[in-house]
Design a protein around this ligand. Structure first.
Ligand code: 13P
Length: 258
């Protein structure tokens, strides 16, 4: 938490919720009295983006993220969705570099960097995911892993002025979907490494304004303690974002720190 950064809680719905459930959840969120100090974002599957955008409309303040993006606007790229199409359906954000995409769909640092640049060119906010494996944590190489992921994804997009559209999510792979969240102290240590890497890559001013979200088994019970850490500026939530009660409880818990 820091006065120079807007905290953010983003729900990554992954491959869950069809149109009926997605719009129902989005409508409920749009009507809920969510804490105004926290930016709230939801990331449904591609096919639900347009319907969720309509359902969110009454709130005017909940962001809409795609979970993935191709770097080209158009062309012979069967199966891909480009940044212009995301803008077209009302997206405000794009998630890139998620470990599930790196692991199952061959997303390399180089491709992640292209996606980051494409989103920024279309004035979409980037949620860049980084994180180490269990093995990298155990061997102590996680600092190098995080620094390399940040440098590779962002080196080519140094903004001329600090850009509020660059967010990072630290998601240790061993904490995703396991129920074993990082401790607040371990999260803080990793977030400080990420912020230093941001400063080295994009400059101190950018590092100061970029929110760094924690992701990996965030629940209502641990959200406040995690985001009370000085470099933890919110949460990227998977499983607990699928239900209205747990997601809004997380937003309320984070807001207690701001
Ligand atoms: P869980 O909250 O289910 O651990 O998922 C985290 C995640 O991968 C969010 O992007």
């Amino acid at each position: 938490m820091s006065a120079s950064r807007t905290p953010c809680v983003a729900g990554n719905w992954k491959l869950h919720h069809g149109r009926a459930q997605a719009t129902q959840l989005a409508s409920a969120l749009a009507q809920a009295p969510l804490a105004p100090s926290v930016e709230v974002v939801v990331a449904p599957v591609f096919t639900c983006l347009s319907a969720v955008n309509d359902a969110l409309a009454p709130s005017h303040r909940i962001g809409l993220a795609a979970q993935h993006v191709h770097w080209e606007d158009e062309g012979a790229f069967t199966g891909e969705v480009g940044p212009a199409h995301l803008v077209d359906v009302g997206c405000t954000h794009g998630i890139v570099g998620h470990s599930e995409r790196r692991q199952h769909f061959g997303d390399s640092d180089e491709r992640v960097a292209k996606r980051v640049r494409a989103l920024l060119q279309h004035h979409l906010k980037v949620i860049l995911c980084v994180g180490e494996t269990q093995q990298q944590r155990a061997s102590g190489s996680y600092g190098d892993v995080l620094r390399q992921q940040i440098r590779a994804a962002l080196a080519g997009c140094a903004p001329s002025a600090p850009n509020p559209s660059i967010l990072v999510a630290y998601e240790p792979i061993w904490a995703i979907g396991t129920g074993l969240a990082a401790t607040p102290e371990d999260a803080q240590e990793a977030h400080a490494i990420v912020r230093n890497a941001l400063a080295d890559t994009l400059g101190a001013e950018q590092a100061e304004i970029s929110p760094i979200l924690y992701g990996g088994s965030v629940k209502p019970e641990n959200a406040q303690a995690l985001t009370a850490q000085p470099d933890v500026d919110g949460a990227l939530v998977g499983g607990a974002s699928l239900r209205f009660e747990s997601f809004t409880d997380i937003i309320a818990a984070v807001a207690l720190n701001y």
